[in-house]
Write a protein that binds this ligand. Sequence first.
Ligand SMILES: Cc1ncc(COP(=O)(O)O)c(C=O)c1O
Length: 376
Amino acid sequence: MIKAWSYTEEYKELRNKILKNIDKSLKSGNIFFGNELDKFEKLFIKKNKFKYGVAVGSGTDALYLSLLALGIGVGDEVITVSNSAIPTVSAIKSSGASVKFVDVDENYLIDPKKIEKKISNKTKAIIPVHLYGQSCDMDKICLIAKKYNLKIIEDCAQAQGARYKNKFVGSFGDTGCFSFYPTKILGAYGDGGFISTSSWSLYKKLKRLRFYGIEQNDKKNRFNKKYYANNHGTNSRISELQAAILNIKLPKVNKWIDKRRYIAKTYMRHLKNTNLVLPNEKKNCKHVFHLFVVYHPKRNLIIKKLKKNKILVNINYPFPIHKMKAYKNSTNSNNKNLINTEKFSKGIFSLPLYPKLKINDVTKISNVLKTILLKT
Ligand SMILES: Cc1ncc(COP(=O)(O)O)c(C=O)c1O
């Protein structure tokens, strides 16, 4: 069986280093907020050329804490897309704000031409989602945000290392939100997330919000302010164990992104003369291919036949969020013109892609797929 994703080969390669670092971190006496976290935050900021950043408990928390830090909540509206992972919208709902959905373009990314129509005097922020590993059109989004005085929270959960005009995603908005869920470009062996920002005051606030609103490293008030909340916050810590794992994996990420791009190129080469709609790397963008998403109107039939050939694929995502029971009443617009969003949800599927996937398997998947397509 060829799986859509697997981490076991990667673990085999890194096992000794990871176990050694976990042991070192457990012996240090710190479960949270120790040397591994310090080291990781510094490394991640440096790698992505961010100004500041804090690690948090998950990508969902990164989005929620960004909204909280920016003062967005009840009575406000936030613009985003409906073809994303559920957490993009669950974070907005948790903040108390309402969602306004904008349709996506042919690259599955928010269509900047359609944003202005959805802005009202309640709109406070845009969450562009760099879906599947490719950046949204940040020049246009930044211009709109400036014109209407809106905050930008970039959802970079699937796009760590992706670039727009040579700048890393996560450096355009007020904050950039990352996920270290195991399947992601940089995955922990558990949950984790990160918030980047270029604002010192936002950075300081985010540090409090992830720790019950308490000022950390407050040397002056070390004792009398230890259990004192300056802000209403929450608990969103990442453990030293996960940071110890991430510190071993982070130096490998560039190599892994290169491999993802090589696999994507190989799929493209094999599948270019078929009637599948293939992903497209936009000019001025570096796609990191978190997912290799293709489109075909007869998706369900194709997936069934692939499974018979022992090839498993995913659908990211089969249900637009505005159609889900949990969220259909959370939006402040009628959602009648999410035409591409609805069309794509019925035909997209994601071919297996992870750095340790063998090129022989990529060729095999492509050949099986080509045969299926000829008969479909
Ligand atoms: C686009 C997007 N946003 C947010 C998240 C949330 O990240 P996490 O699973 O770490 O909470 C994910 C990951 O599932 C995602 O794919």
